[in-house]
Design a protein around this ligand. Structure first.
Ligand SMILES: C[S@@+](CC[C@H](N)C(=O)[O-])C[C@H]1O[C@@H](n2cnc3c(N)ncnc32)[C@H](O)[C@@H]1O
Length: 255
């Protein structure tokens, strides 16, 4: 059996799907992106960083209001798609950098705004990534984190992590709100405001975007058919496998 490091698993999952992430409706639009833009407009940073930039949807919004933006991701292919899209959109203030969140190649206090959306649940070391996020920010700067969160109750948590891992082997954990808040505080952030949203995942596009193997799709559907009525109700599981999860936006200040 061939094995590879977690970072290599992430690159293998996301690299070949770069265009799918640039096109993805769930990633390209949404109330949360509008909220990110409203906050960056207010802050008008000199140099903003988008950590785990994926298809670049946060970075494009940051680039409208920051003097400079650096999009960071583990996947060089993802960043090539971001650079291409930025050129198409005339965003000349957007640079890219391939690096792991856990080991950022930037000086202390190099940035004055940070955004990180739907990435931390893939990180091999969540706490180390957050410590790096804090290190590269000037004190008093705003950091915005958005991620899928676990509702916490054991049965709901187990179901969520199981379907996420079956869909994508680079999934590590959708943390609970409490885990996020503890990790942010431990890394040197002060959480100022949070906003919870419900997010519907369209099953056919959700598995197609990650090219989930047929055997895993069958396992997800089988799990969904056998869950308790409480779990089915919480995730609003639909006949075609689509379901609804929690997304948490956390606005914090580098303390
Ligand atoms: C779902 S996509 C991100 C979506 C994007 N932020 C958005 O809002 O549209 C997750 C991204 O996180 C990146 N990623 C995962 N682990 C990472 C790590 N440890 N360091 C940097 N990037 C990472 C992946 O390569 C992938 O591009």
């Amino acid at each position: 059996m061939m094995t590879q490091s977690h970072d290599a698993v992430v690159r293998a999952q996301f690299g070949p799907r770069a265009n799918a992430y640039v096109q993805s409706a769930v990633h390209a639009a949404g109330e949360d992106l509008d909220a990110v833009e409203a906050i960056v407009r207010r802050c008008a940073p000199a140099h903003a960083i988008d950590l785990g930039a994926g298809g670049g949807h946060v970075a494009y919004r940051l680039a409208r209001h920051a003097a400079a933006v650096t999009a960071v991701d583990l996947s060089a292919e993802m960043l090539a798609a971001v650079a291409h899209t930025a050129r198409e959109r005339g965003l000349s203030n957007l640079a890219t950098c391939a690096a792991p969140a856990e080991d950022l190649p930037f000086a202390d206090a190099a940035f004055d705004f940070l955004a990180c959306r739907f990435s931390a649940h893939h990180w091999r070391d969540f706490e180390a990534g957050l410590r790096q996020a804090r290190r590269v920010l000037k004190g008093g700067s705003t950091a915005l984190f958005v991620d899928i969160v676990s509702p916490g109750a054991a049965a709901l948590d187990t179901h969520l992590q199981a379907v996420e891992l079956l869909r994508d082997p680079s999934h590590i954990r959708d943390y609970t709100r409490r885990e996020w808040e503890a990790a942010l505080t431990g890394a040197g952030f002060a959480v100022q405001a949070t906003q919870l949203r419900r997010l519907r995942m369209d099953y056919p596009t959700w598995v197609e975007r990650m090219r989930t193997p047929e055997a895993h799709r069958a396992a997800i559907r089988s799990l969904q058919r056998q869950v308790s009525s409480e779990t089915a109700a919480y995730y609003e599981i639909e006949p075609d496998g689509s379901f609804t999860i929690d997304s948490l936006q956390m606005e914090a200040v580098a303390a």
